[in-house]
Write a protein that binds this ligand. Structure first.
Ligand SMILES: NC(=O)CC[C@H](N)C(=O)O
Length: 248
């Protein structure tokens, strides 16, 4: 039997946490009729807050700043335990993906308190600076209506997954003992990229096919910001595919 309430925490140290809280609430409202439990969304700022959570979202922002505040608030070890020992469902977006990775390039290592959970190496700020932000329609076939309504990914100082350190041996049904499954890659066409410095060598050479979403067991990482659109399909998918399955 499922518990009556499921609490999804959003790490609220810095970055786009309130947008994630809103989207968890709207996804839960959209799914309400089919959900076996009530889903609540809460902001997480202390180890105590974290102990109340059944799942967690680590938002975009600035990974070194989030690391600094997490160190000061004593959250680094509780976060590592939440993800790697308790294996609770956790989703990192952009800076959150960086923090959930095992290795990060283009970063001063001592600045980052990596949590781990995803056996990948990310390249931080792969696409350049804030000015180089862009959107791309992403092929996420597991989302409803994806054929007619592609999910729009917002990329802001975004990382990419440069290397998968432990690939999955089977492509479907990842489990906690499995390796990394690639969930999404960048398409050929990038909206808004044409007239900006994003047409620089780095982006052009690395654009199509770059890995922008991965999953491994209880962990999901996306380099884009699903919380910056009113489209709650990614949040609904996280609730159904990660959070509620772990509670069944
Ligand atoms: N929008 C973002 O989350 C950017 C992440 C940023 N590149 C970092 O290093 O943390």
């Amino acid at each position: 039997m499922q518990p009556t309430t499921t609490t999804v925490g959003v790490l609220a140290l810095q970055g786009g946490f309130s947008e994630h809280v809103d989207l968890v609430r709207s996804a839960a409202a959209q799914l309400a009729d089919s959900l076996p439990t009530t889903v609540t969304a809460v902001e997480v700022r202390t180890p105590d807050d974290l102990t109340r959570c059944d799942a967690l979202i680590i938002p975009g922002g600035e990974s070194a700043t989030i690391s600094l505040i997490a160190r000061r608030t004593g959250l680094v070890e509780p976060l590592r335990e939440f993800v790697n020992v308790l294996k609770k469902p956790t989703w990192g977006t952009c800076a959150g993906l960086i923090l959930l990775s095992k290795e990060a390039k283009a970063a001063k290592q001592s600045d980052l308190a990596l949590i781990g959970g995803l056996d990948v190496c990310v390249h931080r700020n792969h696409f350049g600076r804030q000015f180089d932000s862009f959107t791309a329609p992403l092929d996420l076939p597991f989302l409803p209506d994806s054929a007619t309504k592609p999910f729009v990914g917002f990329f802001i100082r975004a990382p990419i997954v440069e290397e998968v350190l432990r690939p999955s041996t089977t492509s479907d049904k990842p489990s906690s003992t499995e390796g990394v499954t690639i969930v999404a890659r960048l398409p050929d066409h990038l909206n808004g990229a044409k007239n900006k410095t994003i047409t620089s060598e780095v982006v052009v050479s690395g654009a199509a096919g770059d890995i922008v979403a991965v999953r491994q067991g209880n962990v999901l990482g996306t380099s884009f910001h699903p919380e910056l659109t009113p489209d709650a399909r990614m949040h609904a998918w996280f609730l159904q595919e990660f959070v509620l399955k772990s509670r069944a």
